[in-house]
Design a protein around this ligand. Sequence first.
Ligand code: KIV
Ligand code: ZN
Length: 444
Amino acid sequence: ITKYRPFPRVDLPDRTWPDQEITTAPIWCSVDLRDGNQALPQPMSIEEKLEFFDLLCRIGFKQIEIGFPSAADTEFNFCRRLIEENRIPEDVTIQILVQTREHLIRRSFEAIKGAKRAIVHIYNSTSPLQRRITFSDASREAIRDIAIAGAELVKSLVPTIPETEVVLQYSPESFSDTELDFSLECCNAVIDIWQPTAEKRMIINLPDTVQWTTPNVHADQIEWMCRHLHKRDFIDVSLHTHNDRGTGTAATELGLMAGADRVEGTLFGNGERTGNLDIANVALNMNAHGIATGLDFTDLPSIRAVYERITRMTVAERHPYAGELVFTAFSGSHQDAIKKGMDRRSREIMEDPNLAWGVPYLTIDPQDVGRSYEAIIRINSQSGKGGIAYILDREHGFDLPKTMHPQVGKRIYDLADEMGQELSPDEIREAFFRFFVNLESPLQ
Ligand code: KIV
Ligand code: ZN
């Protein structure tokens, strides 16, 4: 196809990321209240933003991008309320986004006045496509100078709010579609102005704004940048992946292997177009490999409920970890294996309380994210005897002799087939009584 251009590969024959392992959690930054909010058909009200902010703090986020205060009064007022009403916990840092434009940067400094700490996140778009279209054929030098002017202005404004510790974050927007040497030139120019040290770290955020590349090429780009950034030891290299290719999670995980320190994303992947990276997905993937993340998703259903109410979006039924159906088995063979796995685990855990998780078809223990075992096995015409015995046992306390499983199972999934629908645990109990206990049942 000639309509679409190929993406350039990174010349990195000695890449090391494929051999790396993720052993510790990155710094997490939620961008729900900014990138997530800006993509909503009906943006959050200030009250909704306040409630969402509290939710993010409870989950454990220590860095939260709260909006674009220079862009709209609601955003500005929300920032002021957080600060003036002392709603920012001691260990949480707010982050605000601003384009590298003078009046917007000045207004942002008015917004964060009085905060204990704030990350000022400046960005300008750097890719050839954006330079050509959005900036009307601007040269590389002109684009780099926008970044320099922004960083210099932020630096000059820091002394005007001495009570606030300001951390600079710079994003070459559309990084993954920008020539690497040019992204580096812009980032290093900003680093040279800010002069980060161990006490005054800064953040270089490398946005996968629109996913142009495959996750492996993105990881090569990140590794290459990590190798060439000035003052690397004093910089938190941050990932900001979107999901246009459906690979936000993969790109982030490989980006971490490639050396990044920090991850920006949203709950359940809300965000522009196909969304931002789903932070819960990455964090729970890490949990599943024994890495403590500092984020608490033990009550995912309540988090999801608040998210759905406030964003007016829905989490898909197959969404990793959070979807309604992701721990549910309808098919007989899966149900059988799950039942065997759970029964075996209940026995073995008595002898070894630290027994590692291992139940077929369940990557994690659903209870770890606030889901119940009862929801795992649901009965329709594709179900099997094991699943029906499981429901009668776990939900109703009828431990049927094994010899009865085939007959009971068949009668009940035949009923589901006749009715053309799923049967609830109560309907299964009722059918069991009707067919096998009640003298008037059809089997008598
Ligand atoms: O996706 C993106 O590039 C952004 C930047 C503003 C960081 O959201
Ligand atoms: Zn974004």
